[in-house]
Design a protein around this ligand. Structure first.
Ligand code: IPE
Ligand code: IPE
Ligand code: MG
Length: 228
């Protein structure tokens, strides 16, 4: 495995709708193209030796979209979680779904937790998939867990230990495609000291070479963490 300058990379996979619009296609086909690129990019990160990848697939705010689009995204998600896990079987990738599963059907919840349990021993790479994920929702969830445990003086460490990604360190680099310069409620706790990289490339156009560009930029950053 090659030496990699970072451990954890996160992607805000934005621009599927505009990619489709440019081609006079329905937005749903943009999401389909985006799902295919997700596969390529995760495998690229794996090949270059990144240990953790987090992707933002559906936010707690994305329920505002037309039902037809929401259904298309969840159909893709449902298809991918089985086929993709099967495809990655030999790669020793651990899957962790991050986000609020409350609105999901019991059968989807079960499939998600079965995948997590089955892949838990895998240690080559960890893949966090944000589905109905929102950073504010996550912090509230963590605080409620702590209250349920009877904690009173909640520390930063307590919150870090109770966010959905608690099994791995915070992302070193967050990449947002699609030309918007914001986090849109993604990893707002974990991103305190992440490096941010924005590209105009629309997610379905993303390639390994674009990942390399982001990593090259990351290598130039001086991470001081408040020090000198
Ligand atoms: C990102 O692409 C995928 C999701 C938010 C589900 P968009 O669908 O937001 O694409 P644009 O931003 O409209 O182009
Ligand atoms: C962020 O993209 C959410 C995902 C990529 C899943 P959005 O397209 O929803 O974000 P905004 O609306 O531009 O902030
Ligand atoms: Mg968008």
């Amino acid at each position: 495995m090659p030496d990699c300058p970072l451990k954890h990379i996160a992607f805000i996979m934005d621009g599927n709708g505009r990619w489709a619009k440019k081609r006079h296609l329905p937005r749903e086909l943009g999401h389909k193209a985006g799902a295919e690129v997700f596969d390529k990019i995760v495998n690229y990160c794996y090949d270059i030796g990144i240990s953790a990848v987090t992707v933002y697939a559906f936010s707690t705010e994305n329920w505002k979209r037309p039902q037809k689009e929401i259904d298309a995204i969840f159909n893709l998600f449902s298809y991918y979680i089985d086929h993709y896990v099967e495809k990655m079987r030999n790669k020793k990738v651990r899957f962790v779904f991050i986000g609020d599963r409350t609105p999901f059907s019991d059968s989807l919840k079960k499939r998600m937790s079965d995948i997590e349990k089955a892949t838990e021993p895998n240690s080559q790479m960890i893949l966090f998939v944000g589905i109905n994920y929102g950073g504010r929702n996550e912090i509230c969830h963590a605080v409620n867990e702590l209250i349920a445990q009877g904690k009173t003086n909640i520390t930063e460490e307590d919150i870090s230990n109770n966010v959905y990604t608690h099994v791995y360190s915070d992302p070193d680099l967050i990449v947002r495609t699609g030309g918007e310069y914001r986090l849109s409620n993604f990893l707002i706790w974990q991103s305190a000291y992440s490096e941010l990289y924005f590209t105009d490339t629309l997610w379905p156009d993303m390639t390994g070479a674009d990942v390399d560009l982001a990593i090259e930029e990351f290598k130039k950053r001086d991470r001081r963490y408040g020090g000198v």
